[in-house]
Ligand binder design. Structure first.
Ligand code: NDP
Ligand code: ZN
Length: 353
């Protein structure tokens, strides 16, 4: 089979591989549509998880099941499915502890294009099909459905990590596709004010639809100074970080009220350490909590978030700005995500209707 792969740090291209084998609990699927993620860019072009050779890329797609193992109960060949980017081992101790995304090791629930081949391939393997796949609701088209693999669950996880509550003032740093879903998640959770950080006009427009109330630009000076000015020196109750660098944490701590919480889902591709100001962190006693996480993954979360979309409460159509037709356009879509033109939110490649 053909797959679009990371050949080494900074290099990507098409390769040929054996079709993966299906274990008793597994499924083999073929993509209906695939989406490119900023994480694919960190992985290939920044070497963020280290070097990988001939590893098929991609972890966002909708798919059709082509084969299932003998123990799989709820899925059969021909079923159309939502595929989460994170596919935990549900029988692990970490999953029993409630951190399935780290099942059998830190970040090890993130298997596609990390520990095994990803989904930019004619066929791909899904471990624990009953625990990880979800049926694609009939009123969600495969292109839009790709946004459920990672953008919705990750953006919402940032909101969960920050523990956003009714009436909170929240700072959302980054309004790429992940940050936009964080804005939508804050709005669902009843945030009063949602201050969004990002410059791309298309992202600002969509952020407003999802509930952003104010905007600031990280290119217009310090984020925290702008936030403190807007909040009469008080700062915000919560911060969700979905963009920026290792230096963003210091800005977030400075912008946060004592007792506040930072939920970060940013994938830090560069830098060895995160430095935060000792005094702005209350000399270690400010009750300013910092929490960084990988989205949990799995079937239940996919079903619940899919229901939010199929019920019409969450409109994902504005998230997909570029749609390509066919495998030949994967590389073009990947480089578009790398270059981030002003009109881009998310590029999706349609493989089959
Ligand atoms: P984008 O690159 O599309 O968006 C990043 C956003 O951050 C943009 O709004 C950008 O602004 C803004 N930004 C850029 N630089 C800075 C800065 N120095 N300070 C503040 N804001 C800045 O990324 P995505 O939305 O696709 O992804 C966001 C992050 O989430 C990525 O790191 C991605 O790898 C990660 N991720 C994490 C997952 C998890 O489970 N934890 C899963 C999936 C993704 P501008 O408008 O100017 O471009
Ligand atoms: Zn992703």
């Amino acid at each position: 089979m053909k797959g679009y792969a990371m050949l080494g740090i900074g290099k990507s291209g098409w390769i040929e591989k054996e079709r993966p084998a299906c274990g008793p609990l597994d499924a083999i699927c073929k993509p209906l549509a695939i989406a490119i993620c900023t994480s694919d860019i960190h992985t290939v072009f920044e070497g963020a998880i280290g070097d990988r050779h001939d590893m098929i890329l991609g972890h966002e797609c909708t798919a059709e099941v082509v084969e299932v193992g003998s123990e799989v109960k709820d899925f059969k060949p021909g079923d159309r499915v939502l595929v989460p980017a994170i596919t935990p081992d549900w029988n692990s101790l970490e999953a029993q502890a409630g951190f399935q995304q780290h099942s059998n090791g830190m970040l090890a629930g993130w298997k596609f294009s990390n520990f095994k081949d990803g989904v930019f391939s004619e066929f791909f393997h899904v471990n624990d099909a009953d625990g990880n796949l979800a049926h694609l609701p009939e009123n969600i088209d495969p292109v839009t459905g790709t946004i459920l693999s990672d953008m919705v669950p990750t953006g919402f996880h940032g909101v969960e990590l920050a523990d956003v509550q009714f009436g909170d003032d929240v700072l959302v740093v980054g309004i790429g596709p992940v940050g936009l879903m964080a804005v939508a998640g804050c709005n669902f959770r009843g945030a009063a004010r949602i201050i969004a950080v990002g410059t791309r006009p298309v992202c600002r427009e969509v952020a407003t639809k999802y509930g952003a109330t104010d905007f600031i630009g990280y290119k217009d000076g310090s984020i925290s100074e702008q936030v403190l000015k807007m909040t009469n020196g008080k700062g915000v109750d919560k911060v969700v970080i979905a963009g920026g660098t290792v230096d963003t944490f210091d800005e977030a701590v400075k912008a946060l009220k004592p007792g506040g919480r930072i939920g970060s889902v940013n994938y830090l591709g560069k830098g060895d350490y995160i430095n935060i100001s000792r005094t702005d962190w209350g000399c270690g006693m400010g009750n300013k909590n910092i929490c960084g996480g990988l989205m949990p993954g799995g079937r239940l979360r996919m079903e619940k978030l899919g229901a939010l979309v199929s019920s019409g409460k969450l409109d994902l159509k504005p998230m997909v700005t570029h749609v390509f037709d066919g495998w030949d356009h994967v590389e073009e879509a990947l480089f578009l995500m790398k270059d981030k033109p002003a009109d881009l939110i998310k590029p999706v490649v349609k493989i089959e209707d």
